[in-house]
Design a protein around this ligand. Sequence first.
Ligand code: HEM
Ligand code: HEM
Length: 180
Amino acid sequence: MALKNSQNHFGVIAKFLHWLIALLMIALIGLGAYMVTLDYYDDEWYDGSLLLHKALGMVGLAVVGLKFIWMLKNPKPDDLPTLKSWEKHASVLAHITLLAVMFLMPVTGYVVSTSEGAGIAMFGLFEVPALFKISAAVRDMAIAIHFYLAYGGMALVLVHASAALKHHFINKDKTLRRIL
Ligand code: HEM
Ligand code: HEM
């Protein structure tokens, strides 16, 4: 199995980065949606879930950074010849939006969490420092963006995954197989 993408296949590194990002995105939406239902006084996991969410989210930012670098150095395989023109445009738009969401979620999360000067604890190993002074207005805007992008992103992930499954089971083409 080749490390790099070829004209017709995704390489091991692109596959690994894709599925790691997919896993993190889905886990963080689930964890985020769950943790905001917990109560500060009644739930033991209130602090732990937020700590985990923030640290995993920052890992997501690092992985997306690596993916950007890898994408620049290693173009994706050619579109399958069976794709219709609108499908090509729609998939490019969906992929760019998914990557933008996966980048903006941790950035807005970081802005929210460091707005009062505290850093982000990374599993007790080290801390990502608070770099900027952030006003309450910017913080509130970041909370709103974090919220809408999370649930908008979830909807787009569903469309994206359904499109992949439709290609696999209905069109029976290689779309899904070549990234597995
Ligand atoms: C959970 C189920 C998912 C499935 C079944 C799935 C499936 C696929 C497939 C089949 C492709 C290849 C499309 C092509 O050949 O053009 C692809 C590409 C892509 N997917 Fe997903 N995906 C999933 C989740 C995600 C998530 C959560 C994200 C990002 C937040 C994501 C981002 C991308 C991007 C950016 C591409 C473009 C190719 C690349 O740069 O790796 N996917 N996905
Ligand atoms: C891909 C990465 C991320 C995803 C998908 C994600 C997703 C979510 C979701 C779904 C919520 C619940 C929103 C709600 O229903 O109110 C949430 C809340 C939150 N997230 Fe994230 N998150 C990510 C990264 C981060 C990072 C890196 C941080 C901080 C360093 C962070 C900090 C927070 C905070 C503080 C809240 C609570 C916001 C509030 O007060 O309402 N998130 N996140």
